[in-house]
Design a protein around this ligand. Structure first.
Ligand SMILES: [Zn+2]
Length: 56
């Protein structure tokens, strides 16, 4: 279980379903969330700035 950092909605995500660097959409507020840690599961809000960073 994780919490959306934008709207604090509980997200029904198992840590086994995601990996670090994966991007998810919050079903409640539509925010883009990046998985920054899987143990414990932690999400970080992705700001919609212009331009996107490519994965390295
Ligand atoms: Zn949200």
């Amino acid at each position: 279980m994780a919490i959306c950092p934008e709207c604090e909605a509980p997200l029904d995500i198992e840590d086994e379903q995601v990996k670090e660097g994966q991007v998810l959409d919050c079903p409640e507020c539509g925010a883009e969330l990046e998985v920054v840690s899987t143990n414990p599961l932690e999400l970080d809000l992705i700001e919609n700035d212009e331009g996107e960073d490519d994965e390295i």
